[in-house]
Design a protein around this ligand. Structure first.
Ligand code: ADP
Ligand code: MG
Length: 700
């Protein structure tokens, strides 16, 4: 598809003047002056007045108006930090880290001192911390320890419009905190205008608007649907770079792979231009940003480019509202994003690419109008925008697995989840399904109450099956080993596979393979790294990502702290690794699959086909056991199993009696399926009965 950009030359002239003015500003103004220039500063006193007079306030303002960086500081300056911390939650970890860093600079202190952040497995706060940025998941877990959040004088629920699962649960929980603690302030922020719903939820609380300061953005639609938006985005960026005036470019793609591909292609084109040298192009700084990007590289997107260098930021939807990069004049929008959805066929959540909503598309284009009038190139047609995009995104709570949330609410003594104060209650099926899965894992008893095992599982900031795996490691006396595996599964892949050295790196990876298990392969990698004194150069030599391994080591030590606090001793199975496979099996038997053909398996319960991935040890060594369990399914061209381990059929029968039995394996599959359905229906009926009973009790 071709993008229409006529009339751009004159427009570019206009931008040029603006661009110069803006970069001049950032260069010459001190950090304190920059604070005063933000739109929120002009309403600081009125805003504080409203906060003093109300316990809950909804604050609405354009992205970049200063909500995230300034609100915490204003509350601190107004004296709230004298009796507790000021917390600010973010749906995304990258935002929590980067904003905390910025605010520590604005307050002239070290990060982790007065200003800090906490994300899962990483706590950069200290005894002096008064302003704490954190993911919404972290605050949610803190409510387990301290239901009234006594450490906090105020909490800002930032980016509420994003409607992340954890934010949605926090809404209900913080509403109770507000009712119980008169000294507690709650601010809910939203970048968009659907704030009325938030206000209504808390009982018609005031909505405070920060006046906007935005410039018009010209929207250019693609004339025809575009076949390859990564390619189209790269082309469009090059056209802008070669023909338009100053101003940085921001490209929205869906994830790490696409972003890397685009950055690679952009670099290549720039090199080609340089080589042909006939029309020397101005330099282009190509800057990726996505959640798994190491934080030192993330920080780069905020750095001012050198004189005469144009920045091209290639981002996921993280740059929609969570992070603001100044100086963007051109936005290129693929119109897509990655969203976590519950996939009933796979029986689990997966990240899938979907068209974004109209609201998101408008947020994206708005990024071009922050510092002057800008242009947004939508790589889709206007008809698609009008007819195919949903007006608003679907809240995560309505589309994902609720296992963690159910476990958490149960341990907060929320007896009846169907009656919890959700702003938009999740579909009843979702709740029941998640309860069923927890029951299967033994976290809930037959009437849906938390079991002893479930109570222990809640202590770990892990998905329920991983927590179960740890506990089974204890039971089967191989906790030390299982702990390493769980930690390795909690970080991005540690194998490094550069495109230009694929064969070499594959050979290096193969040396670590344990034939019957990818999980044990991970354990092997970690053990060898340890045997080599956790050295970085050793990692480089073996195509391993040292950062990933260090992260796994950190996660490991934090999980170990929790185990110690739970008085669970660290047992080891030495070199008898078979028992480890049994521990894995006992937590992942819902992901059991049976061999069907070479490299092809089918899920034992659902009959869903799933395939060994080329990176698996089993695939590499051509070992195809009859039964396996896998960590998760990843949908790319096929349903690929990620992290696979061979298991014995009798383990499946022993561990998951509700799914499998030795005798049954000879009876027809139809019969098995009938039995499973019966079990599930019985469970659901029990849940429904329970609900009715509770409803009745409540209405009396
Ligand atoms: P909002 O939350 O209303 O979207 P923010 O408080 O995040 O606004 O941003 C206000 C300004 O602070 C932005 O214009 C941006 O320039 C600056 N800023 C935010 N984070 C950083 C950072 N990590 N580095 C440099 N500047 C930043
Ligand atoms: Mg913000």
């Amino acid at each position: 598809g071709e993008v229409d950009f006529k009339g751009n030359v004159k427009f570019a002239e206009h931008l040029k003047e603006k661009g110069e003015a803006v970069s001049e500003f950032a260069k010459t103004k001190s950090i304190a002056e920059q604070r005063q220039y933000l739109p929120i500063f002009s309403v600081r006193d009125e805003l504080l007045q409203v906060v003093r007079e109300n316990q809950v306030v909804v604050v609405v303002g354009e992205t970049g108006s200063g909500k995230t960086t300034q609100l915490t500081q204003y509350l601190h300056e107004d004296g709230l930090s004298t009796y507790g911390m000021i917390g600010c939650t973010q749906p995304r970890r990258v935002a929590a880290m980067s904003v905390a860093k910025r605010v520590s600079e604005e307050m002239y202190c070290e990060l982790g001192d007065k200003v800090g952040y906490a994300i899962r497995f990483e706590d950069v706060t200290g005894p002096n911390t008064i302003i704490k940025y954190m993911t919404d998941g972290v605050l949610l877990r803190e409510t387990l320890r301290e239901a009234d959040l006594d450490q906090y004088s105020a909490v800002i629920m930032d980016e509420a419009h994003e409607r992340s699962l954890n934010t949605d649960v926090l809404f209900g929980i913080l509403k109770q905190v507000v009712a119980r603690r008169r000294d507690f302030k709650l601010i809910v922020t939203s970048a968009t205008l659907n704030a009325q719903k938030f206000s209504d939820f808390f009982g018609s609380v005031p909505i405070f608007h920060i006046p906007g300061r935005t410039f018009p953005v010209q929207i250019m639609y693609s004339k025809t649907p575009c076949e390859d938006y990564v390619d189209a985005a790269v082309k469009q960026a090059m056209v802008i770079h070669m023909t338009c005036g100053p101003g940085d470019i921001l490209i929205f793609l869906t994830g790490q792979d696409e972003i890397e591909t685009a950055c690679y292609a952009l670099t290549e084109r720039m090199q080609q231009l340089e080589a042909s040298s006939k029309n020397a192009a101005a330099p282009l700084a190509i800057l990726p940003i996505y959640s798994q990007l190491p934080s030192d590289l993330q920080a780069k997107i905020f750095q001012k480019a050198e004189e005469g260098v144009r920045k091209c930021v290639v981002a996921t939807n993280i740059a929609e509202t969570s992070l603001t990069v100044d100086g963007i004049f051109y936005v290129i929008d693929s119109g897509y994003g990655k969203f976590k959805v519950y996939n009933p066929r796979m029986g689990m959540d997966s990240l899938q690419v979907f068209p974004c909503s109209q609201a998101a598309a408008n947020q994206r284009s708005g990024r071009a109008g922050r510092t002057g009038p800008g242009t947004c190139y939508r790589l889709y047609t206007e008809t698609a925008y009008l007819n195919e995009l949903l007006p608003n995104p679907v809240p995560e709570i309505q589309r994902t697995n609720l296992g963690n949330v159910v476990l958490l609410l149960k341990s907060l003594n929320v007896e009846n989840l169907l009656d919890f104060d959700f702003m938009d209650p999740p579909p009843q099926d979702n709740i029941l399904n998640s309860m069923y899965q927890l029951w299967v894992l033994g976290a809930l008893d037959n009437v849906g109450n938390l079991s002893a095992c479930g109570r222990k599982m809640v202590e770990f900031p892990l998905d329920p099956p991983l927590a179960k795996m740890l506990l089974m490691g204890d039971e089967l006396q191989c906790l030390n080993e299982v702990l390493t595996i769980v930690s390795m599964l909690s970080v991005p892949s540690v194998f490094f596979r550069p495109k230009d050295r694929a064969e070499e790196s594959d050979a290096a990876r193969e040396k670590f393979f344990v034939p019957e298990s990818d999980h044990l392969t991970l354990l092997n990698v970690y053990k060898q790294w340890k045997a080599n004194q956790y050295r970085g150069d050793w990692c480089n030599d073996h195509f391993l990502q040292v950062k990933g391994l260090r992260k796994a080591r950190e996660v490991r030590s934090q999980l170990l702290d929790i185990l110690k606090a739970q008085k669970i001793p660290l047992s080891s199975c030495g070199s008898d690794w078979d028992i480890i496979r049994k521990a894995i099996c006992s937590a992942y038997f819902h992901n059991a699959a049976r061999l069907k053909g070479v490299g092809d398996y089918v899920n034992c319960r659902t009959g869903m086909p799933c395939h060994l991935h080329a990176s698996s040890a089993l695939y590499g060594l051509g070992y195809t056991p009859e039964y396996i369990v896998y960590h998760e399914l990843v949908l790319t061209t096929k349903e690929y199993m990620q992290c696979v381990t061979a298991v014995e059929p009798q383990w499946l029968a022993e561990m998951g009696p509700m799914f499998f039995s030795i005798k049954d394996s000879n009876t027809s599959r139809l019969e098995q399926r009938r039995k499973q359905n019966e079990e599930k229906t019985a469970m659901e009926q029990e849940m429904e009965e329970l609900r009715k009973k509770q409803l009745k009790a409540l209405s009396q």
